[in-house]
Design a protein around this ligand. Structure first.
Ligand code: PLP
Length: 395
């Protein structure tokens, strides 16, 4: 038989999905494992959003929609962006699709030609590297570390730029580190974006989940920057709607038109029911997120207090999102419960098998030496998970 697609064969499956699937399988097999792998809120979708979805079904709003979403939803998203960040988009510049993940994928398809380079600061969210490759482009990974709080500096960015650089991916706040760029830091990056004529895919899916500092929307840094930015956001994290599959991109007319064509031939639009539910979320004037942010803050603080007392592991306090990126470098070289730990991947594997705690190894995010814990889980699980970590490390 002839070989299948080279691009498809080169794609690595999502490591975060793999850890979550394994933990769920272990649970189904009756093993008492606690999962910290999944990046999804443990809260229920707000009631008014669920009711809007149910109403859509009852009112037979179950037919095809425009590929980029129903006009009222695109308008509601545009109004929301104006209200939140003072950035003004026409509804035609908004592409709603099946999750922010899909928007990242389609944005890269719309922007990149084979041979283009896309700068990706590490640690990065697992999907970007593969999505860049799926677009036929080349990821240029720029490693950051704790000395800059895992943030890309202008000097790092400038050193990575070549004549082939097309685009930079920024995630703010970051998955997996939880770090937030300040307005000043983003302004410095923006200067280079203009100087070298780059596009920016600015993934702002965690914009509502910020515990310290102030979030800056990259596109709000000025009209020239807005023209070059594909702003990615969506309902999954802020409104606890991961399973509904709603994300959006806001971009200039040329890019949004290209993305729209792409969507019209691929998904044909996300579920109609999801769109009506999301409309209720984006039109809602009540605070749907505040209670969740309070709970995440409490959990994060507890996490940090506990980590400070556990010898051999450290973590920077996150500013946003719902992840703690734990430094486990001191554990590498040790033998824990009969298992030799040669990497953070070994550490995560041993912690799962011996400690019954599922975390994602830093290797998946281009940052060996770390493991990512999601605190989008109950306080009870966090307490028990950290007790298990303590016990695991002590033995
Ligand atoms: C940075 C980032 N972008 C996008 C997504 C995907 O969001 P969605 O569920 O809307 O596809 C995630 C999910 O983990 C994420 O962490």
């Amino acid at each position: 038989m002839k070989p299948i697609s080279k691009i498809a064969k080169a794609i690595a499956p999502s490591a975060t999905v793999a850890v979550d699937t394994l933990a769920k399988q272990m649970k189904a097999d009756g093993i008492d494992v606690i999962g910290f792998g999944a990046g999804e809120p443990d809260f229920d979708t707000p009631e008014l959003v669920k009711q809007a979805g149910i109403r859509a079904i009852n009112e037979n709003k179950t037919r095809y929609t425009p590929a980029t979403g129903i006009v009222p939803l695109r308008k509601a998203v545009a109004d929301w962006l104006e209200k939140m960040y003072g950035v003004s988009y026409k509804p035609t510049q908004i592409c709603v699709s099946s999750g922010a993940k899909h928007n990242v994928f389609v944005a890269l398809q719309a922007l990149c030609n084979p041979g283009d380079e896309v700068i990706l600061p590490a640690p990065y969210w697992v999907t970007y590297e593969e999505a860049i490759k799926m677009a036929g482009a080349t990821p240029v990974i720029v490693k950051t570390d704790e000395t800059t709080r895992f943030k890309l500096t202008p000097a790092m960015l400038e050193a990575a730029i070549t004549p082939n650089t097309k685009c930079l991916i920024l995630t703010n706040p970051s998955n997996p580190t939880g770090m937030l760029y300040s307005n000043e830091e983003l302004e410095e990056i923006a200067k280079l974006v203009l100087k070298y004529d780059l596009y920016v895919i600015s993934d702002e899916i965690y914009d509502q989940l910020v515990y310290h500092g102030t979030f800056t929307c990259f596109a709000s840094l000025g009209p020239e920057i807005k023209e070059r930015t594909v702003l990615i956001n969506g309902a999954s994290k802020s409104f606890a709607m991961t399973g509904w599959r709603m994300g959006f991109a806001a971009a200039n007319e040329e890019i949004s038109k290209a993305m729209s064509s792409y969507l019209s031939h691929s998904t044909g639009g996300t579920s109609t029911i999801t769109q009506y539910a999301s409309l209720a979320a984006y039109e809602c004037q009540d605070d749907l997120v505040g209670k969740m942010v309070l709970a995440y803050t409490r959990r994060m603080k507890y996490f940090m207090e506990r980590i400070a007392k556990i010898p051999g592991v450290t973590a920077l306090e996150p500013d946003g999102a719902f992840y703690v990126f734990m430094n486990v470098k001191e554990q590498i070289g040790r033998t824990i419960q009969g298992v030799k730990i040669n990497s953070s991947a070994d550490f995560a594997q041993a912690l799962l098998e011996k400690g019954l705690v599922a975390v994602v190894p830093g290797e998946a995010f281009g940052a060996p030496g770390y493991v990512r814990w999601s605190y989008a889980t109950s306080m009870e699980n966090i307490r028990e998970g950290l007790d298990r970590l303590e016990k695991f490390l002590a033995e």
